[in-house]
Design a binder for this molecule. Sequence first.
Ligand code: GN1
Ligand code: MG
Length: 361
Amino acid sequence: MTPEPTVGPDHACRQFAIEGEFVDLRSHARGHIHDTYVSTWTSGAEQRRYIHQRMNDRVFTDIPGLMHNVELVTRHLQAGAKGQPGDMTALRLVPTGHGHPFLQHSSGPWRTYEYIDNTESFDRCESPEQAFEAARAFGGFQARLLGLDALDLRETLPMFFSSTHRLEQLGDARSSDVMGRVADCQSELDFVQAHVQDIGVIEACLAADEFPSRVVHGDTKLNNVLFDRATGRARCVVDLDTCMSGYSLYDFGDLVRFTAATCREDEQDTDRAGVDLELYGALVAGYLDGAARFLTPRELELMPFSARLVTLTIGMRFLADHLAGDVYFKIERPGQNFDRARVQFRMVREMERNRERMAVR
Ligand code: GN1
Ligand code: MG
């Protein structure tokens, strides 16, 4: 008999408090940061699945802090869901056999969630109805977290939402030019330079108390919503890693950046990059369905601006990582982070061209 490996993903996922017989473990390629797997177990006639993630502790250097936040948010959402009408559910963590929220394994830190059956997720938006649902889910998610004290959440990724900070990081990557790539990124760097006046706008509003900081999701990609396979309704918001104190419009801006995009995030033919205005309209309506009751008039006015700012900011992050040698976002091919950046910048340009049509009235 071959001895059981003590370092592999199989070994890690067996350390959690899961009942039944282990069947298999498959890789579930999602996201640019962690490694994700799905395991299947049987107990009598019943089959259950679990999501396991080996967390990236190079990006999240404070794993206990990260898991503190995840526990707090999942508990808050579960308590809020009890007895409430509606079909939204919340993620549930599965502790280790020793009762800890995560496992410190020889292969890295791991966590486990219950798999939510009969749901599916999408990398590309298929219809305005789907865009509406996703946006409604994230708007509602923010509304449900209003009761959570932002001060109880740790700032696991310092200044994560600060565009000013992202501009500084890009400046540092440019000055160091460790890979000698700056010369080939001149027009992208010029694009950023031409937009510096936009970068501090939201932070200035927060500093002037024009609207408050609130707990946000922080990564409102379409594929971070699970949809019911039967009804197509949003059932659960996943990926709680960036749930921290931020500005509500970050979530709206990131929704537009990803869900209303006319091409993939890393499309090589940047001429295809733009914003689908019909999907944009559905995102506005869906987000307001959940969030209109707490947004201030100034925030409503800044919705289209936030779409441009968040897209620009994430573009700056991709570009900075390309210059730094792809040390943060996983890549599958050379130049992928550069393509991601170029798509974001082209989308910003398209949003500027459609400024009038994107206004929220
Ligand atoms: C990262 O790994 P993933 O896809 O969940 C990133 C987000 C970016 C996103 C861009 C912790 O999210 O901030 O918006 O890539 N997450 C972190 O696709 O940096
Ligand atoms: Mg994420």
